[in-house]
Design a protein. Sequence first.
Length: 388
Amino acid sequence: MTTGEKIIQECRDLIELLPSQALLAARQKHPGLRGLAVFPVYAPPEVIHAAGLMPLGLFGAGGKLETTQADSRFQSFICSIAKSTLELFLCGDLSPENGFEGAVFSSICDVARNLSSVVSRNAPDFYIEYLHLPQNAATEAARDYTRREFHRFRANLAHAIGRPITDEAIAESIKLYNRLRELVSELYEHRRVRPGTIRTADLFAVVMAGTFMMPEDFIPMIEALLAELRTCVPVQRDSVNVVLEGAFCEAPPIDLIDSIESAGCQIMDDDLAIGWRLFSRDVPATGDPVANLADAYLTSSAYTSVRHNNGQPRTKGLLQRVHDSHADAVILASAKFCEPALLDYVLFRRTLDEHDIPHLKIEFEEKMWTFERLRNEIETFTESLLFD
Ligand code: SF4
């Protein structure tokens, strides 16, 4: 195995762990480390890291838990990430005993809002934060409001852990996450410019693993991976270049991405785990670092279905993504029962039709074990484009 293959395998193994196991793995390098779970799509990891905690991506349990307790507290028509996240609290995986200080949710949808309340009620001794992100980022008032909200988060977290979170520490964490985002976007750019040197399933595993590690441990890994990829010879194959859109919150099973690729799609861009690579520019580390993070959220964020985009329609963002990545088609892959994705599907479909961009809609959930039917569907779609 080459160094790059070992790194990818390590990342694939890491994302198979439950949050408590991932924190335990991080403790091998950082004894006594405690964590704060971050429900997608976005909360500032820099503030959490500056508090001396590991910001850990809370993407549900990925099919590794039976959601028996959570099922009794939720309706059946709820996305799987919400159910399995609650199960993680109810079964004690996310608990103070396992090293967690708490969790942060944000205002992405009604499900996340309710989930945060249900978790608070069922885990009363846990610090649960709900970040009220602005619904309209384009107004004058949004700047002050978002800054106040980010400052409130910092103050509440500091109170919960019983120690201050200093500007200096946040500035240092910003520098670290700027570097991390820079490397991840370099990986994305590498896939776009030299497709065939890294599969998206592997890229996805690497990005997801980054949410299960301390950034200072992740950065050298990604640097080593990039160094090897730069020397790789691309594997050429007949495929259709696609953008994968819709999985901005719940993460699809990695086998689903494998299936899309083996069915003849070359994924050129995607919105997987987008909250952890949200900003297109570095966040300034000077001045008021918390205000800088709030401003970056308002002015430098990628578009997602859960964020109103400075008055710019999200359909424009999707068209730009298709154009920039030289994609021929779009696969709209959303979590089952994900309302924001379903609402955007109507808009996206109409826009793609207007621009004669072929598209295919698929749905996923955590507990998907067979992908044969989906693979056949995608194969039919790609063949219709390749042999048209
Ligand atoms: S998957 Fe969709 S509906 Fe479920 S929590 Fe995420 S954004 Fe909300």
